[in-house]
Design a protein around this ligand. Structure first.
Ligand code: GLC
Length: 444
């Protein structure tokens, strides 16, 4: 009997046929207005985004076809203001709860793996809950995994029937997610893995094969990216993953991205199809780039649902990661791992709630902020917006908080107290290099 889901051969046929509360004890927050000269010098440096050069050329090409693509720096504006997004990793693999790489790691044959799709029928999938969770956490965009390396599409695809619409779930998760984002005014990003382990020559992962063998998988990527950018309204971000071991020539990435920009002229595209495009994507590490960049991070050590992975970073650490990215001019894309029923696990919700609480008080030290021209590394992390420098303290400095590091142009400073103390606005009286706020209460 023929299976509902595709075998690799069938996939080919288809393709041929159709083409700090966080105990703010640890992390208080003060603002100090720093000298204007230093600040504007910094702002100049920030507008130099290397991806722009590439984009300008592409913009020319696309204009020829009657579409206008704004320069990268303009399209990036909302995203750099946002600074904080949610990543959602979810697919049939969550049924096993051992990560999204199980098929590769455990050498599971496709026929066996595909049976997961016959069981994947989440009872509580409601993307509106995800959007609300992101909003409450202060996240301004969500990137959703629409198809991971296993090939299972969480959307309806004309070039595959290993999809959520053709198997047990019987619904287009991406359509429901898109509707939830659009209704809530949440910016929406779609993750798409170029590699699909179902195709011949792709496994074992990392061994290169010739163009002809790869052609059907490359065709599929072009067709599915077109579907994703055609069928779901405005898509704000195209988040590619896993081109390896091949390069952008093999994937025809330049053609792919040109199509993407024709379909969605304001879209932001990451660098994981092998071209620099709009932003860099350091993974589980903060490596600032001399351009727009976004670090993606797991809360524990797993991207997808893994109930045995208890290696969770505490909320204060997650907030520090966010502040750390922003203080180096980048964004943080923080991952959540919904369970087989589509719910974000409580241990992750607790962290989101703690971050949200901190963001409600301190968000203005994050949104629209970037690298500060002055810093106090051993004291805390500094961010900057306009002529304000925010110092996110990682430890209580004792009875004296020095502001000398801000330079001699300091005008005023405001210290945000822990919630059990009354708010405190400090007008600095001393100007000059030895300014400090003395007689701070020392926490017990
Ligand atoms: C990787 C992994 C993957 C994860 C992703 C997130 O390349 O293969 O499982 O989804 O990065 O950045």
């Amino acid at each position: 009997m023929e299976k509902k889901y595709e075998t690799t051969e069938r996939a080919h046929k288809l393709l041929q046929e159709r083409a700090f509360s966080v105990k703010r004890r640890r992390f208080i927050h003060s603002t100090a207005a720093a000298g204007l000269a230093a600040v504007s010098a910094h702002a100049d440096a920030e507008t130099v985004l290397s991806g722009d050069k590439v984009l300008k050329n592409r913009a020319k090409e696309i204009r020829k076809k009657g579409k206008t693509v704004k320069p990268s720096s303009e399209r990036l504006r909302w995203w750099q203001e946002a600074r904080f997004g949610m990543f959602i990793t979810w697919g049939v693999y969550v049924l096993e709860g051992r990560g999204e790489w199980i098929r590769y790691q455990e050498h599971i044959p496709f026929k066996e793996y595909a049976r997961l799709a016959d069981r994947f029928k989440p009872r509580s999938f409601n993307p509106r809950d995800w959007v609300t969770a992101a909003q409450d956490t202060g996240m301004k965009y969500i990137v959703f995994v629409t198809r991971h390396h296993d090939g299972y599409c969480l959307f309806d695809s004309r070039v595959s029937d290993f999809t959520s619409t053709e198997t047990a779930a019987g619904r287009d998760f991406v359509a429901e997610f898109a509707e939830a984002c659009h209704d809530a005014g949440m910016r929406m990003g779609l993750y798409y893995s170029l590699i699909d382990w179902r195709f011949p020559g792709v496994l074992p992962h990392g061994v290169k094969v010739d163009d002809a063998t790869l052609a059907p998988m490359v065709e599929q990527a072009h067709s599915q990216v077109r579907e994703l950018l055609t069928n779901y309204g405005t898509v704000d971000i195209l988040w590619y993953d896993m081109l390896m071991p091949y390069d952008s020539d093999r994937w025809r990435s330049s053609e792919l991205n040109e199509m993407a920009r024709n379909l969605q002229p304001d879209i932001l595209i990451n660098n994981r199809a092998g071209l620099p495009e709009d932003f860099g994507t350091p993974e589980n590490v903060i490596i600032p780039e001399n351009r727009a960049w976004e670090a993606c991070y797991t809360m524990n050590r797993s991207w997808s649902y893994c109930p045995t992975d208890h290696n969770y970073k505490p909320p204060a650490e997650l907030i520090r990661l966010l502040a750390s990215c922003v203080s180096d001019g980048g964004n943080l894309l923080l991952n959540v791992s919904p369970d087989p029923d589509g719910r974000i696990p409580a241990v992750q919700m607790d962290r989101l709630n703690a971050i949200g609480k901190w963001m409600r008080t301190n968000g203005d030290a994050i949104y629209g902020c970037g690298k500060s021209p002055v810093s106090a590394p051993a004291l805390g992390l500094a961010t900057k917006k306009g002529n304000k420098v925010y110092l996110l303290l990682q430890r209580w400095p004792g009875a004296t908080l020095p502001f000398a590091w801000c330079g001699s142009n300091l005008i005023a400073a405001r210290l945000r107290q822990r919630t059990n103390l009354s708010p405190w606005n400090v007008k600095m009286t001393g100007y000059g290099s030895r300014t400090s706020r003395k007689k701070l209460p020392i926490p017990t």
